[in-house]
Design a binder for this molecule. Structure first.
Ligand code: S3P
Length: 430
């Protein structure tokens, strides 16, 4: 566990950053590429701990990966050509790897066991296992959690299912199983969540249909290997967008950012707070990409409701930080999903920002934030990521506007999604 002295931005942040590859899209590219006919080529894959967990799991089943310069090549396999792994598959810290693979692995001709780190082993897995079992999968969990055993299975049937919580991970797990089922599936989500899987299946010539909130999946896992260029991760860009707005004397230009509308809810919320974010050089292929620029601005408080959450689910910690600097009250409701992320983010965001003098109140399903507050760190102030990458990076941005010295415990957690985060911070610190 590493501690790190966080820096203050005395003269703002200036410059251009190229945002590293999207984590969600990287996982999906590796997983679907593993079963495509031909060689899938992936450029700008995110090289982070979570994506490594996905690659290692598939490699352990016999999928071949070859990395050359900046391209990852995958030689796709038929399910029947895979072999049983010699040991349990380690999901590390990655909820996406675990839940998506549970769907993908629900019709394998051999057993697999999934294990994970302490945080992942506390996260709910029954939300995926229960509907997958209805389809015929044989999955044993440990009191609803990892370790999980997925038993050999040769039959899946389609499902008609309404997700009780809006979750792209659960939706995707069911889509991956539905592609291997014998009958058609209808998967309905209460609020539309990130649609990267649906877009990637289209790029692999195996489209699914959408009618309003329902995804219709017909059987068949015949995927054509594509060439994928992973866009920059909007969730990583979010740290710089909010930094740009709240750090005085700042001007940032963010290149290559994925702006899929199911992911960019934070932009809309910041606009409601009064922000202007400039979008340039839009390119639309399978996933839309653009450059974003932002300068320091005064924001005002807003009210956030449940329908706003899925499009900004990973960015709420940054929204709370922005609200600590906004004029007036910000109230966030309907965010109870944050309690089952890498940490209970309602608790960790509140505890850690209040150590710096913020006025954040924890609600059962969100936050009440009074702004603006001057953040300060009396000598010896330690904050902690609690092992959660997004909490660590949010605190590093908070420290930029904090008087005094902030020390971050468990700073290495950022490696889960953004290993070059601190190097990028150095690039733009004036
Ligand atoms: C993800 C979906 C979201 C998000 C996670 C990545 C995905 O989780 O929080 O970081 O890649 O599908 P939920 O589906 O649990 O909301």
């Amino acid at each position: 566990m590493t501690t790190r002295n966080l820096k203050t931005a005395k003269q703002g942040l200036q410059g251009t950053l190229t945002i590293p590859g999207d984590k969600s899209i990287s996982h999906r590219a590796v997983m679907l590429g593993s079963f495509a006919q031909g060689i899938t080529e992936i450029r700008n894959l995110l090289h982070s701990a979570d994506v490594k967990s996905t690659i290692q799991a598939l490699r352990a089943l016999g999928v071949e990966f070859e990395e050359q310069a900046t391209v990852l090549r995958i030689r796709g396999r038929q399910l029947a050509d895979l072999h049983a792994p010699s040991e349990p598959l380690d999901m590390g810290n990655s909820g996406t790897t675990t839940r998506l693979l549970m769907g993908l692995f629900s019709r394998l001709p051999f057993d697999v066991e999934l294990i994970g780190d302490g945080s992942l082993s506390k996260r709910p897995m029954d939300r995926v296992a229960i509907p997958l079992r209805t389809m015929g999968a044989q999955i044993d969990l440990t009191n609803g959690h990892l370790p999980a055993r997925i038993h050999a299975n040769d039959r899946l049937q389609g499902i008609d299912y309404t997700l009780p919580v809006a979750s792209a991970q659960v939706k995707t797990a069911l889509i991956f199983a539905a592609l291997q089922a014998d009958t058609v599936s209808h998967i309905e989500e209460p609020v539309v969540t990130r649609d990267h899987s649906e877009r990637m299946l289209l790029a692999m010539q195996r489209p699914v249909e959408r009618h309003q909130h329902t995804v219709i999946v017909r059987p068949g896992l015949q995927l054509v290997a594509p060439q994928i260029v992973v866009p920059g991760d909007f969730s990583s860009a979010a740290f710089w967008l909010v930094a740009g707005l709240i750090v005085p004397q700042t001007q940032l230009y963010l290149q290559n950012v994925g702006i899929n509308p199911t992911r960019t809810g934070l932009v809309k919320l910041l606009q409601r707070m009064g922000a202007t974010i400039t979008v340039q050089n839009r390119i639309s292929t399978a996933e839309p990409v653009a450059d974003l620029s932002v300068v320091h601005q005064q924001l005002h408080g807003i009210e956030v409701v449940a329908d706003d959450i899925p499009g900004a689910v990973d960015e709420i910690p940054m929204l709370v930080l922005a609200a600590t600097q906004a004029n007036g009250l910000t109230i966030i409701h309907g965010a109870q999903e944050l309690r089952v992320k890498e940490t209970d983010r309602i608790a960790t965001v509140t505890t850690e920002l209040n150590k710096l003098g913020a006025q954040v109140e924890e609600l059962p399903d969100g936050f009440k934030i009074t702004g603006p507050t001057r953040l300060h760190a009396p000598a010896g102030t330690m904050v902690s990521s609690h092992g959660d990458h997004r909490i660590g990076m949010m605190l590093a941005i908070a420290a930029l506007i904090t008087d005094g010295q902030v020390v971050l415990e468990d700073a290495d957690a950022v490696d889960v999604s953004y290993p070059q985060f601190f190097a990028d911070l150095e690039k733009v610190l004036v």
